[in-house]
Design a protein around this ligand. Structure first.
Ligand code: CP
Ligand code: NVA
Length: 337
């Protein structure tokens, strides 16, 4: 068997070509159809998969667990307090040990260098389940969702409104540019993405025919957009910054008025989740009590509207993660893309 993906880690989108990312999106679509038709797809039969989570998760953990099981493998959850990683044992040594026992390793945590070191030492595929820098498995699910809605990717326009320098913004910027999708990061100047990431995006966009635009002007940024995307204003680990972020980002809240400013009746709304669209969470209640706001990055009206695709995205995490795992850790015949 031969696969151009076999044995590779999935650490950041920039490590993959446009054709390779497109292949994973299409393979995820195929696996979604197989699951819907109850067709077996046990490409990892008999294997063992380690799931390392230093940060909390609902979708990523659930998707990796179910994907592993659907692929015929065994998932082993290793939470932040369960193993010695980084406290009593180096990342390198942990990677070497886990690589002797497991056939693939998922890692979620703060540091991109940890997931990179794991990949260098483990000798088996390592998958990035989110770091402060990138959220690449989210991207395969998101672009699958966009493709399901529009039938194609290249030439579409995404306007991301919110924290312009978090993992999801970084990943959307670079992945869009690789795939020939126009990406606009609509955010205050104080939250503009890192110059290196913008430069990377421009390089890819020059090759793919996409465009990269960073703006603090909402009306200009969302005009004509096919997709309005947002994420939490305060990412995991940044909770001390709630007050500052609310002040900075309230003008960028995705509400009905912002949706109408796209002047595109076919526009869809996307969010990687979890979302603060009401006060049904402890953070939501605290924000209401302290700052007098009932909704943060997206209003409840938009969240529950006909534009909303966030739960399709959430389901597609399963199919996307399955595609990434099967392609890299399975014995599939994928000679070229
Ligand atoms: N979107 C996402 O990664 O969700 P979780 O944090 O719940 O895994
Ligand atoms: N930017 C968010 C994404 C959560 C899926 C965070 O890092 O908390």
């Amino acid at each position: 068997m031969y696969s151009i993906f076999q044995g590779r880690s999935f650490l950041a989108e920039k490590d993959f070509s446009q054709a390779e990312l497109q292949y994973l999106i299409d393979f995820a679509q195929h696996l979604k159809e197989m699951k819907q038709q109850h067709l077996p797809h046990q490409y990892l039969a008999g294997k063992n998969i380690a799931l390392l989570f230093e940060k909390t998760s609902t979708r990523t953990r659930a998707a990796f667990t179910v994907a592993t099981t659907d692929l015929g493998a065994h998932p082993e959850f290793l939470g932040a307090n369960d193993i010695q990683l980084g406290t009593k044992e180096s990342v390198e040594d942990t990677g070497k040990v886990l690589g002797r026992m497991f056939d693939g390793i998922e890692y979620r945590g703060s540091s991109q260098s940890v997931v990179t070191q794991l990949a260098e030492s483990a000798g088996v595929p390592v998958w990035n389940g989110l770091t402060d820098a990138w959220h690449p498995t989210q991207m395969i699910a998101d672009f699958l969702t966009i493709q399901e809605n529009f039938g194609n990717l290249a030439g579409l326009t995404i306007a991301y409104c919110g924290d312009g320098r978090n993992n999801v913004a970084n990943s959307l910027l670079v992945t869009s540019a690789i795939l020939g999708v126009n990406i606009r990061i609509v955010t205050p100047t104080t939250l503009y993405p890192d110059d290196q990431i913008v430069a990377l995006g421009h390089n890819y966009a020059n090759q793919s025919g996409g465009t990269v635009q960073i703006t603090d002007q909402v009306a200009e940024g969302v005009l004509g957009a096919d997709v309005i995307y947002t994420d939490v204003w305060v990412s995991m680990g940044e909770e001390a910054q709630f007050e500052a972020r609310i002040k900075q980002l309230l003008p960028y809240q995705v509400n009905q008025q912002l949706i109408e400013q796209t002047k595109n009746e076919q526009v869809i709304f996307m969010h990687c989740l979890p979302a603060f669209h009401d006060t049904q969470t402890s953070y939501g209640k605290e924000a209401a009590a302290t700052y007098g706001i009932q909704e943060m990055e997206v209003t409840d009206e938009v969240f529950r509207s006909a534009y909303a695709r966030q739960f399709d995205q959430a389901e597609n995490r399963l199919h996307a993660i399955k595609a990434i795992m099967a392609a890299t850790a399975g014995n599939l015949f994928i000679p070229k893309v």
